[in-house]
Design a protein around this ligand. Sequence first.
Ligand SMILES: *Cc1c(COP(=O)(O)O)cnc(C)c1O
Length: 380
Amino acid sequence: MKRIQIAVPSLGIEEIKAVQGPLESGWLTQGPNVKEFEKSFAKKHNTKHALATSSCTTALHLMLAAAGIGPGDEVIVPSFTWVSTANSVLYCGATPIFVDINLDTFNISLPETLKKVTSRTKAVIVVDLFGLCVDIRTFRETLGSEILIFEDAACAAGASINGDMAGSSSDAAAFSFHPRKSITTGEGGMLTTRNSSLANIAEKMRNHGAEISEEERHNGPAPYLLPEFNLLGFNYRMTDLQGAIGVEQLKKLDLFISERNAQASYYQEQLSDLGFLSLPSKPLNGTHAWQAYVTRIIGPNASQLRNQIMEGMEANGIATRPGTHAIHLLGFYANKYGFKPKDFPNSYIANETSMAIPLHNQLTRDDQDRVISSIRKFNI
Ligand SMILES: *Cc1c(COP(=O)(O)O)cnc(C)c1O
């Protein structure tokens, strides 16, 4: 029987053709294709600037560094997210302050966030987990204008809430194009912002801190000139091969999202009567990107039952995964800050009981029916 994967990228002849351009021209690093990808990404997400990076993690680091986040600063992050949301804060020498999530959305809790604000709080990184956007306007109204609101939109390309596209209403956002996300460039990321001075600094920091880009220098009139370096930068550039793939993937984003929404609705229809299963919520007014379809097992012994179901589905050739991890349980963070599992109770529960089931653009209705009947077997 065919194995059903948790996530599979969707690449076609368009992407294969697109990489021929840079391969033939020999311009392999950040160049015209990256520029085109950035332009269409900014337009699609209704934001002024988009800067392609080597990953979402480097985009997160870049946006914090460009905003001047450093030692002594506190940055609030959810305790249930991919580890790099918190790592990026430590890269800057700042302190991550963890906040619990809402179990119905898996996203950061606003009341819990308020409790953790101090005079050292410089920023909050909200995470649009699994493609469900955080309502950033409400965060902004509640937190005031002194605290920067950054958005880890790794999973949220093409998503929206209350008319705001992901990445359009935060001070800056970071997207991912890892193969596990809805559109991919192999590895890759994008920083979006409306703030031109932040974009300007981030653009230089992305390229070693150089005042002018490689392309400008290459095409410039003065061969003896090297750029000035006035900032500590990094090499976080995207290759032009990836840029070319990104342009084609972005054209397919709306189609991918509508297919993902149809799959999510079918799961909702077929699984909502199961007493042991809590299904993911949708935005009341907005588009869920469904980077992943993450359920939760509920009831007594939920954690053991979750593991049994995952084993049972694996035996049926169906891949499942925990949604993501609770950061305070990871060795590095638990040791560094002395966290106990119940310090963030909802994150702990999500860590122990969440289960992502297959959802991707290669999944067929038959595959979904197999997933559904495999879960329904546990309805005893
Ligand atoms: C995938 C992911 C990241 C990391 O993205 P990379 O492009 O692999 O660096 C960060 N945050 C969240 C929430 C993610 O899902």
